[in-house]
Design a binder for this molecule. Structure first.
Ligand SMILES: [Zn+2]
Length: 211
């Protein structure tokens, strides 16, 4: 496989399910049938605010990837292994390929190739992740998502997804969009009763009762 990085080779040849098995994550029997699943994240004890009370890692066998809603992290097989083994992605890729017994013919060439190719992040999944974040941030997301300013910010965030190509992009995109959404959601939103009061006041003024 000339021209491909070790990381790319590992991401293509090692299943995300295999990596989860290596990390002793409990898996349902029919995992790998294509349907996305919610599982316990291998890092929940360390990083989740609920210390793993509820499963937060969604696994997508179709795109060989996973996303943890609690860690807010997107994982390919290699990046998941790298985080778990606390090593760089090259090392993680080499260990994974060794583990599954994959022997690229031109391993040396693969090592030399510095350009890292990774599968494109799943855009629909990232859009879901951002909306989940909004739902958790804004108590009244159900209504406030239709506020023009909020809707416009969300639309802008989602349109930026076109530019997301790599895991670094995913991190940058999520970080920026979470900040933007938090800012717009925290801006004072008048409650319904305030709106009614304003409307009432306005009508009163038009009725000539202005003093
Ligand atoms: Zn997690």
């Amino acid at each position: 496989m000339p021209g491909k990085s070790l990381v790319a080779v590992a991401n293509e040849n090692v299943s995300i399910v295999t990596v989860l098995q290596m990390l002793a994550v409990e898996l349902p029997d029919d995992i790998g049938t294509g349907r996305s699943r919610k599982l316990h994240c291998p890092f929940e004890q360390l990083y989740h605010s609920d210390h793993g009370a509820s499963p937060a890692l969604r696994v997508y066998p179709d795109t060989n990837s996973a996303y943890c809603f609690s860690c807010a992290a997107y994982f390919s097989p290699v990046s998941l292994a790298a985080k778990a083994m606390d090593c760089d992605r090259q090392t993680a890729a080499a260990r994974l390929l060794d583990r599954v017994g994959h022997r690229p013919l031109d391993l040396a060439a693969a090592f030399q190739d510095a350009a890292e190719y990774e599968p494109e992040p799943d855009k629909a999944l990232l859009a879901d992740a951002l909306k989940t974040f909004c739902r958790r941030t804004a108590e009244r997301w159900g209504e406030s998502q239709f506020e023009p300013k909020i809707a416009a910010t969300l639309t802008r965030c989602l349109s930026l997804l076109d530019l997301v190509r790599s895991e670094d992009d995913v991190r940058a995109w999520l970080g920026t969009c979470k900040t933007a959404m938090t800012r717009v959601l925290q801006e004072e939103q008048p409650s319904l009763s305030q709106k009614v009061a304003l409307l009432w006041e306005d009508q009163g003024h038009r009725g000539g009762r202005r003093t």
